[in-house]
Design a protein around this ligand. Structure first.
Ligand code: DGT
Ligand code: CA
Ligand code: CA
Ligand code: ZN
Length: 568
């Protein structure tokens, strides 16, 4: 425990120091933070088992940061960071969460307009004060206004990728106190963001579960503490509701609290038509209980198979036809989007290969950034060829097929960021937009269509460019993009990075209707990120994708038919 928390502290300290005008340190802090948050091992284990010297083996961690880690693990805080924080107005941290407002600009706002937090910023925006500042303008004023709106909406909902590990930790913690334990609600439906976490428990001693629950170490505040229902607010800023349910109605309660509300309303109407009544206590005919113990029983008595939680959105899953067999995590045979230390990843090729191998994958496409991405250390032709040598070496050593790939930036005119002589040697390409987001819709659509028409484009990477809670998708006619992809037999990516989930579930559903094929990927920048595949699969299931819709559910042999430049 502690990696995520400490990395968050480091990021925060880096921003605040940059705001104070301190130069090199923030970069070093961020580098260390990136390494720490994607470590496989807990920093507390490393310290306990191997000592401080071993901490300094983490990339970017020197003596200073190592001692901060020790202090943090001992006391839960770092005095030096506390001091930095105290030297600045308390609202500044929130300002920095806005997309497009870095520490340098925030420093300017503080100095010139005395903007000390979000409320001040809102006022300054309202009065049109920013446009006259150097380095700002009407355009950046407009962008900040949008970012502020997104932030205000986003604050209430947590990313699935953050909420799920928290819920799992809590469930592990509660397990000794309950016979049955499930998370329900939007989390079980794998919705991209989560309002609150709903947990159900069955227990012979409800008070024991409740006591344990409110004593969970991450609890910030107890909002309600009752005999069968309690609510807490976690330090991470999300509410958790826990309900204890008797065995006889556990299935009905799980069905009810999984939702969605829309699905429940529709299902209840179907029950009513048959003269039955469905509630969180069970399915009833008059006073007689027909089903309640298991969800399966509830659905069966209403004439349905067990409908996967991810489909319960009233999008046609209750129409009566047999639901599709949704793709599952264990169907996945490889990952087609991963970065390494050659560009902006933090794990070496071999670490990535080993991690993929341990997932039971047959293949992994190494897709580092193309040459134009200077900040992400995109690869020149020469570096790319060096990488291929490394891929051959590691491939043999680890015993997993490593595809020569690249994540190639789609330039403003729709062309790809490598010359043809390079493109034709790549076995698979993920083509993505990384700049020029603000084009008019028509132009952006043409740009993407042009990329799809390129015979060396295989996969359209994170197709809408959105960042959840932070950046809206770029304007583009996605329906046309999907049609073109189908026509040109190009693959659409469903990027499972928790901040992206791009395509969204709704887009996946729409594209599937047109007959599109998908790559479920992780966009890993560290070996541990390969685990994001479950989020890609979750969104895919919400988009009704089956194994047959997903190219990286194919074995190597089948994959060769999809990507014609793949070697044997
Ligand atoms: P969230 O928390 O906003 O991410 O979304 P949910 O779906 O987890 O919603 P939440 O926590 O308000 O309620 C959990 C489930 O309880 C919800 O998915 C369905 C059920 N539920 C809540 N309120 C109602 C309601 O008014 N009618 C019906 N039929 N079901 C409800
Ligand atoms: Ca909920
Ligand atoms: Ca709830
Ligand atoms: Zn990428």
């Amino acid at each position: 425990m502690g990696n995520r928390e400490f990395a968050a502290l480091l990021y925060e300290a880096a921003d605040l120091m940059e705001l104070q005008g301190i130069d090199w340190k923030p970069q070093a802090y961020r580098k260390a933070a990136r390494a720490i948050e994607s470590l496989e091992r807990d920093i507390s284990d490393i310290l306990k088992q191997s000592g401080r010297k071993e901490l300094q083996e983490i990339p970017g961690v020197g003596e200073g940061i190592a001692s901060h880690i020790e202090e943090f693990l001992r006391s839960g805080r770092v005095k030096k960071f506390d001091e930095v924080r105290k030297s600045l107005p308390p609202g500044i941290g929130e300002l920095l969460e806005l997309e497009g407002l870095g520490p340098k600009k925030a420093a300017l706002l503080l100095k010139k307009l005395r903007v000390r937090g979000l409320a001040d910023l809102k006022k300054a925006l309202g009065a049109g004060k920013l446009r006259s500042l150097e380095g700002f303008g009407e355009k950046s004023e407009e962008n900040l206004r949008k970012a502020l709106e997104l932030h205000e909406r986003g604050k209430e909902r947590m990313l699935l990728g953050e909420a799920l590990p928290l819920a799992e930790e809590l469930l592990d913690y509660l397990r000794p106190h309950a016979e049955r334990l499930d998370y329900a609600g939007s989390l079980r439906r794998m919705q991209e963001t989560i309002g609150d976490i709903d947990i159900l428990a069955q227990s012979g001693r409800p008070s024991g579960v409740m006591e344990a629950f409110i004593a969970f170490p991450r609890v910030e505040r107890v909002l309600a503490h009752g005999a069968t229902k309690s609510s807490v607010l976690l330090r991470e800023g999300i509410q958790v509701d826990l309900r204890v349910i008797p065995a006889g109605s556990y299935g009905a309660a799980l069905q009810y609290f999984t939702g969605s509300k829309e699905h429940n309303v529709a299902l209840r109407a179907i029950a009513a038509k048959r003269g039955l009544r469905l509630s969180e206590y069970g399915l009833f005919k008059g006073e007689k209980l027909l089903a309640g113990r298991s969800e399966e029983e509830v659905y069966r008595k209403l004439g349905f198979p067990l409908i996967p939680a991810e489909m319960r959105e009233d999008r046609g899953e209750l129409a009566g036809t047999k639901p599709p067999e949704l793709v599952e995590l264990r169907d996945m045979r490889g990952d087609l989007h991963a970065h390494t230390t050659f560009s902006d990843g933090i794990s070496a090729v071999e670490e990535m290969a080993l991690a993929a191998k341990s997932k039971g994958y047959e293949y992994l496409a190494i897709t580092d950034h193309s040459q134009a991405e200077r900040i992400a250390r995109g690869l020149s032709e020469e570096r790319l060829e060096e990488q291929w040598k490394e891929l051959s070496r590691v491939e043999k050593r680890v015993g997993i097929r490593l595809l020569r790939g690249a994540e190639i930036s789609i330039q403003n005119d729709g062309s790809l960021d490598y010359p043809e002589r390079v493109l034709k040697k790549l076995e698979v390409t993920v083509c993505s937009i990384h700049s020029g987001f603000k084009m008019p819709k028509e132009k952006m659509t043409e740009r993407i269509l042009a990329a799809l028409d390129n015979k060396y484009c295989d996969i359209l990477g994170h197709p809408t460019g959105r960042l959840l809670n932070r950046r809206a998708p770029y304007e583009a006619d996605m329906q046309r993009v999907f049609e073109e992809a189908v026509e040109e037999r190009k693959i659409l990516e469903l990027d499972g990075h928790p901040e992206r989930l791009d395509l969204s579930d709704a887009h996946a559903l729409a594209a599937r209707k047109l007959g599109a094929k998908f790559s479920l990927s992780t966009d890993s920048h560290a070996a541990a990120h390969l685990g994001y595949m479950r989020f890609a699969v979750g969104q895919a299931r919400r988009g009704w994708l089956t194994k047959g819709d997903v190219v990286n559910a194919l074995h190597l042999k089948g994959l060769r038919k999809v990507f014609p430049r793949m070697r044997d």
